[in-house]
Design a protein around this ligand. Sequence first.
Ligand SMILES: [Zn+2]
Ligand SMILES: [Zn+2]
Length: 110
Amino acid sequence: MKYDFALCDLHPQFTMVPTTIGLVSTYGDHNTLNADRCPRPACTRHYTADFGYFSSTIGHPMDLGEMSQKPRCYLNHEGQAMVLTLVDGSLKWICPFDGCNTVQETTEAG
Ligand SMILES: [Zn+2]
Ligand SMILES: [Zn+2]
């Protein structure tokens, strides 16, 4: 389902804000990636639907983390990284894909 905001998976009390990450490929090409990032000072957490949650620091290689351990939508969209947000006031993982209603409970209270 469409989400109004993403929450940081490390700090769910923080609503992530849209940002653009600059990327440099191994060929030296510059690309940008639209992502959400945690506004908490010193937190480098980002989220995109393709990569899920990961830490990114300017000037350092992107550390995408362990992809297999990230919650994903296996119903219709294998490979779609789920996003942490509030559903009816409760912390849930949801599939960000428009029209998909996959919801996964969080294992720990936030
Ligand atoms: Zn954070
Ligand atoms: Zn889905």
